[in-house]
Structure formats: C-alpha cells, structure tokens
Design a protein around this ligand. Structure first.
Ligand code: ARG
Ligand code: ASP
Length: 706
C-alpha cells in the first residue's frame, strides 16, 4: 500500500513540475537537478554553471541591473549595454531640449567622444550570491519576540555584508526570501559612469505608445544603447573624461537565427515584486477595493489630462510623459483584475486555505496562522484603503508635491544651497506643468477622497476650508488662487525675496499647508498603523509559507520577486485571448506599416522607415520577405524585467523583454500558463534599426553576431 502511494506521489510530483514548468522566477545559483533536467528537455543546451558560476565567467556576468528598476545586458567586450527605450527614457529626455530633441528624433553617438554621461545612473553587476540563512538566523530562538528577532538578524547581516566586501570595492546586501524563511547574500559591483550611446526616435522606441501598451500584437522598437565606463583598472569610478570602456568578464553573443514557435526561451533579469503566496483576503482587497478605486481615480486624471492636452499642443507635449506613466499602471490594473476574475484566483485561494486549515488542524504550529492573518487583514483594510487614496488622490496634486519638496530646508542645508535647490526644482517643475490640469485634478481627486474615505482619515484642513470658505472645493480653489507657486511668474517673484522672507512666505503658503495637512494625517493616522499591521502580516506569512511548503512537499516553490537576479524559462508561444481568437507569436514590419498613420501620434512611422519598407532595403535582416519585430513567450516576468535579455537554448540573445500582454498582468498574483506571455523586441529588429534607420552600423562591429 505504502509503495503504491509512493508511486502516485512521484507521478504527481513530476506532473506538478511539468504543468507548472513555465511558471516561476528561479534563483540562478540554485536551479537544481530536477529543474535543469526540465529546462534541458525543453531545449536548453547549457549547464547550470553556464548561467551562474561564482568562480569563472558565466552568463550572469553579462546581465546588469539598469538604474533602479530595469535590466540590461552587456553585448560587447567594450561594455556596450542594451536596455529598453522606456528604461533609458528619463536619461534621453534629460539630454533633450526644444532645439535638440533626442526623444523625438533619436540620438546616435558617432564616436566615443559623443557618448553622453548620465549623472545618477548606475549599472549594477552581481559578483556572487550565497544562501546565508544559517548565519543570518544565528542566535535567533523561538522564545524571542519579533523585535528581538529582527534586531538579531540585523546585526548578523551587518557582520555578513561587512565580511563579504572587506578589502574590495564591492557592495553587499542580505535580502529576505519567502518572508524571512531564508536569507541570501548579494555581492555587487556598481558602476557610476554610464553613457548614452544611442536611442531610436520615439516613433520607433515608443511606437504604439499607450494605445498598444500591455498589448499584443505589438510593434515597438523598445530599445536604447548605453556604455559602461570604468577607471584604468577596469573598476567602477565616478564620471571622468579619463575613464575607459568597461571590459566585462562576459558579454552576450547575438543570434540572428531567431526562434520558432515552441523554441526554448530564457529571461535573465531583475524582476521587482510579485505576491504569489498571499491569501484570499489580500486578493479580495485588490480585486474588490484597491484596484477598482485606483483605476477610477486614474480614469478621472487621464480624462482631465486628455481634455487639456487636446486643447493645445504645448500642453500635449508637457503632459506626454505624465500621461504615459499614469496610464501604464491604470491599464495594467485593469488587465490584472480581469485576469484574476477569469482565473477565479479568489476561489482557488479559498480552496487552498480550506486544505491548509484541515492539514494545520493537526499541527499546533500552523493552526492559528490563517485565522490570525484573516483578523489582521480585516484590521488592515481601512488603512490600506486610506493609504491608496493618500497615494493616488492626494499624490496626484502636483502643486502640493512641489510645495512639499521645497517647503523645508534639508538637514544642514545652507540658505544659498537651498535657494539653488528651489530654483532648480522650479526649472523642472514648471517646464512640464499646467495649472489648469492640476486645478481640475485636485478638485476631482479630493471630491473622491471626501466621498469614499472614512471621515476619521480626513485632514483637519477640510473643516477649516468649510468654515472659512464655505466648502472644501472652495478651499482648493483658494489654494490655487493664492499660492505663490501656482505660476512660474509668481515663483520667480518669490525667489527675489530675502531668504528669511521667502522662508516665511513658503511656511504660510496654502499649497504647503495643504501638503502638510495630508502628510501629517498620513504619518499620524494612517502610515503607522499600516506599517505595524503589514509587518505583523509578514510575520504570519513566514509561518504560512513554511507551512505550505511542508504541506505540498512535491511542489517547487519559487521565491517572490524582490529585485534580485532571476531566471525564468519557457517557450515561444501564441495564445487565445478570447473565444475564436488566436494570436500568432511573431510580429513583423508589415504590422508597423499596417498601423502607419501620420494623423495618429502613436502610429506615425518615421519617414526613413517608410522608405526602407518601400525599397525593401532590409539587408541581412530580411526574413521571409520582411523584418521580424516582436515575439511573445511563456516566460514568467514582471516590472523590473524590462530590458532583460531573452536567450535561446545556447544562451544567445534573441531579443529584449519589455512588456507583458494585457491578459497576463495578473501573473504578479497568479500565473496562468494558458495566457501569460511576455513581450520581447526581436534583436534582429534592434540591429536593423541601428544599421539601416540610424546608420550607426559601426556599433554592430563590436558585437558577436552569429
Ligand atoms: N508596460 C511596460 C512596463 O510596465 C512599458 C511601459 C512604457 N510604455 C508606455 N507606453 N507607457 O514598463
Ligand atoms: N514593462 C515592465 C517593466 O518595465 C515589464 C512588465 O511589467 O512586464 O519592467
């Protein structure tokens, strides 16, 4: 009998591994035999040590964290880095002016001298990683309360990181995994001199804009090119004219063979955040409260922006980037809610919780965890809701945010330094500011706040507005009418004042008052409780996830994304987004030309590309009479994976990951193998654009193109 169950168990385990194979973001140093076997069965022709090897060069040495929240890859022995256009966007914009508009027209350094430095931009390479759970938890005992435990872990980790970097220029952190059931050490090398080498015009790099964002079929050439510079010893150094191109331990080779449907793909990158193990209460909040309200608030904002943008061209340009970033999450949340609905994630979670409770009823260690979580989530809900409104409604009032930034001197800041900071702040702020949009937005947002958020989370200021001006709305109007920050002219006047008078004027400014009313409220009435409850919830998850792992021993649990390096593998595949519809996994230049419409901003194909199409001047990038542009695959990815290399079974570069399909944005909560697809720009399109559109083909000479 035992033997029989043993076999069934084994069958189930293998089945489980197979069914879930495309799901997951795995730690590159712990791929494991089973998983490697599965990968190889699907077309991976390398070994685990090709992915990650602390001793000798491996693929991980070619994958970088680009800035704070993107991924990039090194593609030449001279430190050339590819990432997405939307990842380089802010830097490309920072070099742009009306006269020299790199965003619109693109930019290509024709030699090393022309490559543009980007203060503040870093590129981070992983030197090594290590499971340090034992050392992190050393001296932690079951009798400790949570504060003692955390303090102990903090001192342990400080020692671990200190030791890890001793005598080197490396940096190190220890990160919790599985809610603190495990800890990993990451030793990194951070490069600070990263220069812009090239970017296509937005009509290629952002082709399709917000209309196509989160969608397939897609035709965006979402890439930009940078270069890492190092000092003469090949070590990180601040920007200097004397720095030289970084010589990497390893760079990626490029495949021009492309992939066929069903071919193996591997995404290597830095996914930011997923919450795959949360309970039904968390999903319930997201689906039924958080997302609907956040989406509704953003719909209002987007409508106000669009209306004013349609009114005049200057406003359209000023708010292009703001509109895009507000629309990005707005669209994602809608797809996510739809997906969670369709997948019945809530029911599945409830079902899993019933199984867990039955299992836990015989185990004192786990018996209380779900009831406790439920209680905590019930307490959390109103705070989470108020917090969502604080972020989405109050946070949408641009004037208040700007007022907050400049209202107080920073620690130890001199008068003159402060004045400079304020002046520079104003430069950036007014360049892209519309008082009309902001007024309307503020009124709409606060109206929703008043309507939906419980009164105990209303700032005292609302009462003051009512008693002084008759209504909250009238108070907001007064704020815009009277603030010294509402227009550039008033702001310039303010700057003429002596430092003491300026400080006094700012302290009494109605926009500063508005800012302080909300931030104080948040600090005292929302943030503290929110932080306390989420901390307690995370403590419970530590137990819950450990219990889940004990209960489902055969299942491979991948850790939630936390901006650490991960491997996700899958295959090129189309999907059915709806009944009777099938999406092919490849897009081509034909699709770009089908969408071409000079009247529509998002689809206005640059003349140069039209001409290449007319003359079929595709050179070596021609495939089946056209040029491949994008493809989709089943890799499990999330925000932060943008710019990640998509590799074939030989570890060669097939394309750059940049998005997911609308149906798959739910994969942050639950991955659905039938519809979850990541979107990549085909490397052949990238090279075609560099060579044929930009005529910067010399850049290809330093790459290894196979
Ligand atoms: N959806 C992608 C991501 O989450 C790309 C966004 C940039 N493009 C845009 N049209 N807003 O980052
Ligand atoms: N577009 C996302 C990013 O910027 C990727 C995603 O969410 O799929 O990282």
């Amino acid at each position: 009998m035992k033997c029989f169950f043993g076999i069934i168990g084994l069958v189930l385990v293998t089945a489980a591994v197979q069914v879930r194979a495309d799901e997951g973001m795995w730690l590159p140093n712990r791929v494991g035999k089973m998983r490697l076997k599965d990968m190889q069965a699907k077309g991976f022709r390398l070994n685990a040590s090709d992915l990650y090897d602390p001793g000798s060069p491996s693929l991980k040495d070619a994958v970088v964290r680009f800035g704070g929240g993107c991924t990039g890859e090194i593609v030449s022995p001279e430190g050339l880095v590819l990432t997405n256009h939307h990842c380089g966007y802010d830097y490309i914009q920072s070099h742009s002016s009306v006269k020299n508009d790199l965003l619109t027209y693109g930019f290509w350094a024709m030699n090393r001298e022309e490559e543009l430095p980007n203060p503040g931009l870093t590129v981070t390479l992983l030197v090594r990683m290590e499971d340090v759970t034992k050392k992190s938890l050393k001296g932690v005992t079951p009798g400790m309360d949570e504060a003692q435990r955390q303090e102990r872990i903090r001192t342990n980790n400080a020692r671990i990181t200190e030791k890890a970097v001793a005598g080197t220029h490396y940096k190190a952190t220890v990160e919790p995994f599985y809610y603190g059931n495990r800890y990993f050490l990451f030793v990194t090398e951070v490069f600070e001199d990263v220069r812009l080498v090239g970017a296509p015009p937005s009509s290629i790099g952002k082709f399709g804009g917000d209309t196509d964002n989160w969608m397939w079929p897609r035709h965006t050439g979402d890439f930009s090119v940078f270069r890492i510079y190092a000092d003469k010893d090949n070590k990180p150094a601040p920007y200097s004219k004397d720095n030289v191109p970084y010589r990497p331990k390893r760079f990626l080779s490029v495949s021009t063979r492309g992939a066929e449907e069903g071919d193996f793909t591997l995404v290597y990158g830095f996914p930011g955040r997923t919450t795959e193990y949360v309970t039904s209460d968390a999903v319930d909040y997201l689906l039924n409260r958080g997302n609907p309200h956040k989406i509704a608030l953003r719909t209002l904002r987007l409508n106000i922006m669009a209306e004013e943008q349609a009114r005049d061209a200057a406003t359209r340009i000023k708010y292009a980037s703001k509109h895009a970033s507000v629309a990005n999450a707005w669209k994602k949340w809608q797809g996510e809610s739809k997906g969670i609905h369709r997948m019945k994630t809530l029911d599945r979670k409830l079902e899993q919780e019933r199984r867990f409770e039955a299992w836990a009823s015989r185990r004192s260690r786990y018996r209380e965890v779900l009831p406790t979580l439920r209680k905590l989530y019930a307490e959390l809900a109103d705070y989470a809701f108020a917090r969502d409104y604080y972020v989405e409604a109050f946070g949408a009032v641009e004037l208040a945010r700007f007022a907050g930034n400049i209202s107080k001197p920073l620690d130890g800041e001199s008068d003159s330094a402060r004045l400079q900071r304020i002046r520079r702040g104003g430069e950036t702020f007014y360049k892209n500011y519309s008082d009309a949009i902001d007024r309307k937005t503020a009124v709409a947002m606060i109206r929703e706040y008043v309507r939906n958020v419980p009164v105990r989370f209303h700032p005292q200021l609302f009462r003051e507005y009512e008693s002084r001006y008759g209504s909250i709305e009238a108070g907001i109007k007064r704020m815009f009418d009277e603030s010294a920050l509402t227009t550039r002219a008033r702001f310039d006047n303010l700057l003429q004042d002596a430092p003491g008078r300026m400080a006094a004027a700012l302290a009494n400014d109605p926009a500063v008052k508005f800012y302080e009313a909300f931030t104080d409220l948040y600090k005292n009435a929302i943030g503290k409780e929110y932080a306390r409850l989420t901390a307690e919830i995370n403590v419970q998850y530590r137990t819950y996830v450990r219990g889940l792992m004990e209960m489902e021993r055969g299942r491979a649990f991948y850790p939630d994304a936390n901006l650490t390096l991960r491997v996700a593998y899958g295959k090129v595949a189309g999907y059915e987004p709806a009944d009777a519809v099938y999406y092919e996994p490849f897009s081509t230049l034909e699709g770009i030309m089908e969408k071409d419409n000079p009247e529509i901003y998002d689809y206005d194909v640059p003349e140069k590309l039209r001409e290449l199409y007319r003359t079929k001047n595709y050179g070596r990038w021609e495939t089946g009479g056209t040029v491949p542009v994008g493809f989709i695959a089943t890799n499990h990815t999330t925000g932060g994976n943008s710019g990640s290399p998509v590799l074939n079974g030989d570890g060669e570069l097939l394309g750059l990951n940049f998005d997911r399909t609308w149906e798959s944005t739910m994969s942050d909560v639950q991955y659905d193998p039938t519809v979850c697809r990541n979107i990549a720009v085909d490397i052949r399109y990238v090279l075609f654009v560099i060579e044929k559109v930009a005529e910067a083909g010399y850049l290809l000479d330093e790459m290894d193109i196979r």
